[in-house]
Design a protein around this ligand. Structure first.
Ligand code: NDP
Length: 501
């Protein structure tokens, strides 16, 4: 059992073991939740199995009406949800508000577009099979397990929950041990808006509760978290051949080309690197700036980052580091970079004041330093000079991570973006892709595979069901032993005429 300073278990009298979440800003208790055992998880999956039949039978309109009710309830109680997110993660009020705004927009999109994306449609059969009709539809798996991280405790799991539910699945959700209250809030509001059956349930606990969900007979498991845990989840799911969606970490690069709007690029780099205290899977961690504009860009970034302060008040620029052990990782990356010849344009070793880390901007960091190759997950930026935008692309593509990226260029944005090996790119902005519900989100390489959001995100929680129907007997029917002895030869001749040149 992973157990940390701010999420400790205790026993509630004679009752079940309890998990306590704490506010990382103050250490105050936010809430207590059961540590669900493997038996509890199996029971939740059984209830979900029953509910899945009802939910699938509602069809798209029935589900849309219910998901819309849930969305409106979440919207009415948005302030409460924002406060809970801030309490369990420590994030600033504005960072929590942005998260909830994106939750509502995605939930709306998923419910609205499910029928068009997944509903039954005819597909062309082609000249060889002209006597057949064909239809395709995408059917829900049944029960989907969702395991989520703490850094966006509502937005990230909702990328799976909204789309899995809209596609017709029942869901069992295991939130991070740091943010069980947010998970409970999502399940409780769903039950209030959609009281009929256990369509969305939450199970709380530590890693073993998540591991139990992987092996509890769900039909698909959607995991968002670190690459290391993603590997463990895949291995556990492999035992039962349970398909997985794996959304892992990143080390996203921002490229500043020679012709970039430097003011906009500096604004994007500083916000993309520091918002939510840098604890964003697709946050900016590395900046590659073309030599010709590097001095001016560094000056702008330095000026902007130096004015920002973390803190515990709702209007702080950003909050604390949510997980205490992450502070050690950030400190190690900063120290290693400085020891190896990097310079600090903003902050330095002294910026680490747990639970807060002040902005750190590191210049000229060796490309094999941990600050360049591993997820730092803190309010730090590496800014390295490169000869030109082409070298920036090469360096951006050099890691095994491949989640997101940003490109600032007036003339070459699309060309540079097309050459980046990653799942999502913003041109002349940062992280805009995450706010466009129609765009699929996910990575390649160590950042995982599969997609949430958009049409791909809906299909991710379905399987294709394909049907062909013979409308009339064809002149050539090769798929019967009643065929004449020249039939197959004629079919091959026909296909060679049609497809052979
Ligand atoms: P972790 O990998 O530590 O945990 C993720 C979830 O997995 C938690 O709910 C955790 O539970 C659970 N878990 C832990 N061990 C197991 C196990 N053996 N089997 C099943 N589940 C388990 O990630 P963090 O919570 O620290 O989240 C931060 C990471 O998430 C970063 O790497 C970040 O980049 C990534 N992330 C990726 C996103 C994306 O869309 N690509 C979006 C947001 C974050 P518990 O917390 O109780 O241990």
């Amino acid at each position: 059992m992973t157990q940390t300073a701010e999420a400790k278990s205790e026993r509630g009298g004679d009752g079940p073991e309890l998990l306590t979440s704490h506010d990382p800003r103050t250490g105050e208790v936010v809430g207590r939740h059961p540590v669900h055992s493997a038996d509890d998880v199996a029971a939740a999956v059984r209830r979900a199995r029953d509910a899945s039949t009802h939910w699938a039978a509602l069809d798209f309109d029935g589900r849309r009406a219910r998901l819309d009710r849930w969305r409106k309830l979440l919207s009415r109680r948005a302030d409460e949800l924002c406060a809970l997110i801030s309490a369990e993660t420590g994030k600033s009020a504005d960072d929590a508000r942005l998260e909830v705004a994106m939750v509502l927009d995605h939930l709306h999109w998923a419910a609205k577009h499910a029928r068009k994306t997944l509903g039954r449609r005819r597909v062309a059969t082609g000249p060889v099979m002209h006597n057949h009709a064909a239809t395709l539809e995408y059917r829900p798996f049944g029960v989907v397990g969702v395991i989520g991280p703490w850094n966006y405790p509502a937005f990230t799991p909702m990328g799976s929950l909204s789309y899995a539910l809209a596609a017709g699945n029942a869901v069992v959700f295991k939130p991070s041990e740091h943010t069980p209250g947010v998970g409970r809030f999502l399940a409780d509001t769903f039950a209030e808006a959609v009281p009929e059956q256990h369509v969305l349930q939450v199970v709380t606990g530590y890693g073993p509760t998540g591991a139990a969900l992987c092996g509890a007979g769900v039909d698909k498991l959607a995991f968002t978290g670190s690459t290391a845990t993603g590997r463990r989840v895949m291995a556990e799911c492999a035992r039962t051949l349970t398909p997985v969606l794996v959304e892992c970490g990143g080390k996203d690069a921002l490229i500043v080309a020679e012709d970039a709007d430097l003011e906009a690029a500096a604004r994007g780099a500083v916000w993309g690197g520091l918002f939510n205290a840098g604890q964003s899977c697709a946050g900016v961690e590395r900046v590659y700036v073309a030599e010709a504009v590097a001095d001016a860009f560094v000056e702008l970034v330095t000026r902007k980052a130096a004015t920002l302060r973390p803190g515990g008040s709702p209007d702080a620029d950003f909050g604390p580091i949510t997980m205490p052990k992450q502070v050690d990782v950030i400190a190690a990356h900063v120290a290693d970079a400085l020891d190896r010849g990097a310079t600090a344009a903003v902050g330095g070793r002294e910026s680490i004041r747990p639970p807060y880390v002040e902005p750190v901007v590191l210049l000229d960091v060796p490309e094999d330093a941990a600050a360049v190759t591993e997820e730092t997950f803190g309010p730090t930026l590496v800014v390295n000079r490169v000869a030109d935008a082409d070298e920036a692309v090469r360096r951006a593509n050099a890691l095994r991570y491949g989640l997101g990226a940003a490109v600032y260029s007036k003339a070459r944005g699309e060309e540079l973006a097309a050459r980046l090996r990653c799942g999502v790119v913003s041109i002349n902005s940062v992280l805009a892709f995450a706010s466009v519900p129609a765009l699929p989100f996910g990575g390649v390489g160590d950042s995982g595979f599969g997609r949430i959001h958009g049409e791909d995100g809906l299909r991710e929680f379905t399987y294709a069901h394909a049907v062909s129907r013979q409308r009339f007997a064809g002149a050539l029917d090769p798929m019967t032993y009643e065929r004449g002895n020249r039939t197959v030869r004629r079919v091959l001749r026909l296909v060679r005429v049609l497809r052979g040149r």
